[in-house]
Each structure stands twice: as C-alpha cells, then as structure tokens.
Write a protein that binds this ligand. Structure first.
Ligand code: CUA
Length: 311
C-alpha cells in the first residue's frame, strides 16, 4: 500500500497494531487449546486430595492472569484508537475548503471561497496543493456514497441532507486514485475519483485557469458545436460558464478538456470516447442518468470538437 500522507499513515499504523496484537492472541489461544487437548490427564479419582487442591489453585491463578491480560490488551487497543481518532478529528489549520457532492454516479466538486468569483467548479478530478490540509464538506444529492482515497485519507460517507467532513493531506505530488466505497446503485463500481496533489505553484496555476470562463469557439466547427450543445438535450443538465448553458444536474463542462477522464474515471478523455459517451452512455455505464443523444454525424463531430477545445 502506497501511503502518501500523515493521516493515511496514522490509520495504517493503527490497523497494523490491531492486526499484530490480535494475531498474537489468536496464536496464543490456539496453542493453549491444542496443549489442553493433547496433554496426558490422570484419572481424577486416583489422585490424592492434596494434588487436586493444588491443581485447582493453579487453575485459578491462570484464569485470573488471563482475565487481567485481556483487560490490559483492551485498554491498550482502546488507547491507540483514541489517540489516532483525536489526531484525525482535530480541525485543520488554514484549510482549503472543498465541497464534494455525491451523485449517481459522479462527484461534484466545488472549491469554496467567501468571494463567489473565486469559486471553482469541477467534477470527478480534485486538484490539491501538497502540504496544505484540504477540508472536505461531504454531502449527497441522491443516495449514500462514500469518499475514499486510501493513500491519503480515511473513508467517509456522503449522506443526503447531512454534511460530513473529512480532511485530505498529501505530502508528495502525485495522482491518488479513489473509489466510491458505499454501494450506491448499478454503476457504483464506475464511480472513481482522482486526486492530483501538486506543488502550491502548480495548484494555483490550475486554479487560475479554472476560474476563467470557457474558451470561446475559435473555428466554424467549434461554433457549430456550441450551437449543437445549446440546442440539444446537453444544455438541460450541464453548465459551460460564459455560454447560455447553466444547468447543474450533470458535471460542469467549462474546462472539460482539462480533465484526464470522463464518466467519473470510466474512460480516458479522448474525442472518440466523448462521442461514444454522448451517443451511447448506457453501453459504457448501464443505469447512468445521462440520456443517449442521437445526433447527425456532422453535428456530433462538431460538438466533439467544441468539447475538446474546452481547456
Ligand atoms: Cu457512489 Cu457507490
């Protein structure tokens, strides 16, 4: 397991401690049981009364010691758990705040800021700066999902009508993959998420680019693609900042081309995959809420060209 942050490290250490202690107890109890079954026993009625009394005393001592040891082990496990929880639940200092909303079957991501012009909206791919804690506010639009990026944090449920919190903290730049960890419907397994931990400079660069409105269409094909987008069912669910598309049912597509994957990590973000996803989403994710959109080939090609221009 590749661990890349102090939070995940605390959780892994706790798991290792519990596993080690319980493994030793399991072996000891099994050995005691085997020893008790195999040892030679004399017949009790042949033994003198003094020997029986001595054996009785020995039994009491052994049972008493085992009980005391059990209590000590439980206290040790409880204390280890308490200190790890205390660390995990301590509110982070100067966190970046990100609101993650679960949907069947994708992740809505909004970078919170007191200044509304500084809020970034994206989906399924979360960029974070290394070394700075990221406070996640987790909720859900439909059913219970669960946020889990094991290399950098523990697991936390996203519950409709309720706000849970979790903290992400990565100490080296890398891509950390995660997965919805609560069965949420047919496409639960294709509800992946990707966390890109970057240097603070790279993160700021990414944030600034995401704050821009969508790139205006530059060619005739791209202009036609935008017209197709706003005249087809796409516009009923998706937003593209700077155009008339402002719906929030599906992912914000303002910077779609800056994302590596589509359909919550199901496919690499390529023009061919985008066209397949638009025309036949249920062949890729049966049960997904995105409706199939039939388009004439020219319109589909133009729409795809427009979408891949949205850097
Ligand atoms: Cu969302 Cu499983």
């Amino acid at each position: 397991m590749n661990i890349a942050g102090p939070r995940a490290e605390h959780i892994a250490n706790l798991l290792g401690f519990f596993t080690g202690v319980t493994a030793v107890i399991y072996v000891a109890v099994t050995a005691a049981l085997v020893w008790a079954l195999l040892r030679k026993r004399g017949r009790a009625q042949d033994a003198p009364a003094s020997t029986l009394a001595a054996a009785d005393r020995r039994s009491r001592v052994v049972i008493g010691a085992a009980m005391a040891l059990t209590v000590l082990v439980l206290i040790a496990l409880g204390a280890a758990d308490f200190f790890v929880q205390r660390y995990l639940f301590k509110p982070p200092e100067n966190p970046l705040r990100v609101i993650v909303t679960g949907h069947q079957y994708w992740w809505e991501v909004e970078y919170d800021d007191p200044d509304p012009t500084q809020r970034v909206r994206t989906a399924n791919e979360i960029h974070i700066p290394v070394g700075r804690p990221v406070q996640l506010d987790l909720t859900s639009r439909d059913v219970i999902h669960s946020f889990w990026v094991p290399a950098i944090t523990g697991k936390k449920d996203l519950i409709p009508g309720y706000r849970n919190t979790e903290v992400l903290l990565a100490d080296k730049p890398s891509l950390y993959t995660g997965q919805c960890a609560e069965f949420c419907g047919l496409q639960h397994a294709k509800m992946n998420l990707r966390v890109y931990a970057e240097t603070p400079e790279q993160f700021e660069q990414w944030r600034q680019s995401q704050l821009q409105s969508a790139r205006a269409p530059a060619t005739d094909a791209e202009r036609h693609g935008l017209t197709v987008f706003t005249r087809s069912s796409c516009v009923l669910c998706h937003s593209i900042q700077g155009t008339d598309a402002g719906a929030t049912v599906g992912p914000d597509l303002t910077h779609l081309a800056s994302r590596q994957t589509i359909a919550a990590g199901s496919l690499p973000n390529t023009p061919g995959n985008l066209a397949s996803w638009i025309t036949a989403p249920h062949e890729i994710k049966p049960g997904a809420q995105m409706p199939a959109t039939a388009l004439p080939p020219d319109d589909l090609a133009a729409l795809t060209q427009y979408l891949v221009s949205l850097q």
